[in-house]
Design a protein around this ligand. Structure first.
Ligand SMILES: *Cc1c(COP(=O)(O)O)cnc(C)c1O
Length: 355
C-alpha cells in the first residue's frame, strides 16, 4: 500500500513562483532590483558567525524595535517567516473546518492556497471593472461562517487601492467576530494620499473596535526577499494565537538582524522606492501610449489585463529573455525595475504591438 495524502490536496495547484532563467531580466516577483545596502550586508556577515545557535524565537529585539517604530505595544506584534507565512498563521489562528475566508478575486495567489491547506472554506468576490476591490459586495458576501477577510492594499496583481475612508466604513460595518487583514506588502510604494497608512489606522482603531490586523513585509521595499521576514500588528489575542500556530524558530537569525539593520537605514531604502515609483509612472505612460490597457498602479508592478492574449505576450517576453508573471486568460503582472531593465521590457512590449 502506498502512503496516502489528503484527498482534498489533489485538486490544489500550489503556488507558482516566478521562473528563474539564467541571464534573464526578472520582472515576475516584485523584488527591488538593488541589493542590500552595505551596512545590512555587514550585519548579516557578523550574524553568520553565530548560526550554530538557534535564533531568538520571540525575535525580541526586532519586535521591540517595531513597537517603537509604530507606537504599537509589543504584545500586539508578531513577526513571521515572510508575511506569507503570517497570512497562513492568521487563517490557522481564526478558522476551523466549517469557517470561511473571504477575499477579492483576483488577488494574491496565496490566499486560496493557504485557505484550502488550513481546511477552511473560501469565498471570493470579483474585483470591479476597474480592477479594484468591491468592498460593498464583500460586505454583502460575509456570512455567519466568515472569520477572516483579506484586503490586499495595493492589490497584488492589479496595483489598485482601497482608499482610507472606504476602508474605515468597511471596518465599521463588518460584523463582530470577523477579522479584517489588511495586507500592505506594497505600502511603501503608495503615493496616493487618499490611501492612508494601515499602521496609523490600526493605532486609532484599537481604542474602539479591534477587528483589524495589518501585515507588512521586509521582502519588497526593504529588499530582503531572500531572508524571509515580515510582521503583523493585531489585537493582543490574535497576536498571541499567531504565536501558538507558528513553527518554532521560523524567523531565522540572519533575517532578524537584517531587518533591524534595514530599519537603521530606512530613509535610504525608502528613497530607493521613490526611484521605482518614478519608473512606474514612466513605464505606465509608455505602455498606455503603445495602446496597452494599464490600470493606475500604486505598487512596484503594473497589471496588463490582456485576457486571452496573456500567454502569447508572456511567451514573447520570454523570447526576449524577460520573465513576467502571467495569470493565463486574465492578465500579466510586470515588476517595475531599474531604468535599463524597464527599457528592455518596453522594447519587447513595443515590438509585440507592432507585430
Ligand atoms: C509579496 C507579498 C507578500 C509577502 O511576501 P513575503 O516575502 O512572504 O513577506 C504578502 N502579500 C502580498 C500581497 C505579496 O505580494
Amino acid at each position: 500500500m502506498t502512503a496516502r495524502t489528503r484527498a482534498d490536496l489533489d485538486s490544489l495547484a500550489g503556488y507558482v513562483p516566478g521562473r528563474s532563467i539564467p541571464g534573464a531580466v526578472r520582472l515576475a516577483s516584485n523584488e527591488v532590483p538593488a541589493g542590500p545596502l552595505p551596512s545590512v550586508i555587514a550585519a548579516i556577515s557578523v550574524a553568520a558567525a553565530g548560526v550554530n545557535r538557534y535564533p531568538d524565537d520571540q525575535a525580541t529585539a526586532l519586535v521591540d524595535r517595531l513597537a517603537l517604530r509604530w507606537d504599537v505595544p509589543p504584545t500586539q506584534l508578531a513577526v513571521g517567516c515572510g508575511s506569507s507565512m503570517l497570512c497562513q498563521q492568521l487563517v490557522q489562528a481564526t478558522c476551523g473546518p466549517a469557517d470561511e475566508v473571504l477575499f477579492a478575486w483576483r488577488s494574491f495567489e496565496l490566499y486560496p492556497i493557504i485557505t484550502q491547506v488550513a481546511g477552511a472554506r473560501l469565498r471570493t468576490v470579483p474585483l470591479r471593472a476597474d480592477h479594484s476591490h468591491d468592498l460593498a459586495a464583500m460586505l454583502g458576501a460575509i456570512t455567519p461562517a466568515t472569520r477572516l477577510v483579506f484586503v490586499c492594499n495595493p492589490n497584488n496583481p492589479t496595483g489598485t487601492v482601497v482608499r482610507g475612508e472606504e476602508l474605515v466604513a468597511f471596518l465599521d460595518a463588518v460584523p463582530d467576530g470577523v477579522l479584517v487583514v489588511l495586507d500592505e506588502a506594497y505600502h511603501e510604494f503608495v503615493t496616493d494620499p487618499a490611501v492612508g497608512d494601515g499602521m496609523a489606522l490600526y493605532r486609532r482603531r484599537g481604542r474602539d473596535r479591534d477587528n483589524l490586523a495589518v501585515l507588512r513585509t521586509f521582502s519588497k521595499a526593504y529588499g530582503l526577499a531572500g531572508l524571509r521576514v515580515g510582521y503583523c500588528a493585531a489585537p493582543e489575542p490574535v497576536a498571541a494565537a499567531l504565536g501558538k500556530v507558528s513553527v518554532p524558530f521560523s524567523v531565522n537569525s540572519l533575517a532578524q538582524v537584517a531587518a533591524l539593520a534595514s530599519l537603521d537605514v530606512e530613509d535610504e531604502l525608502l528613497a530607493r522606492c521613490r526611484g521605482v515609483v518614478a519608473e512606474r509612472a514612466r513605464v505606465r505612460a509608455e505602455l498606455l501610449a503603445l495602446g496597452y490597457p494599464v490600470p493606475d498602479s500604486q505598487a512596484n508592478f503594473v497589471w496588463l489585463p490582456l485576457g486571452e492574449q496573456t500567454a502569447t505576450f508572456t511567451e514573447h517576453c520570454l523570447a526576449h529573455k524577460i520573465v513576467i508573471r502571467p495569470f493565463p486568460g486574465d492578465g500579466a503582472r510586470v515588476t517595475i525595475s531599474d531604468p535599463s531593465e524597464n527599457d528592455t521590457f518596453l522594447a519587447a512590449a513595443r515590438e509585440w504591438r507592432c507585430e
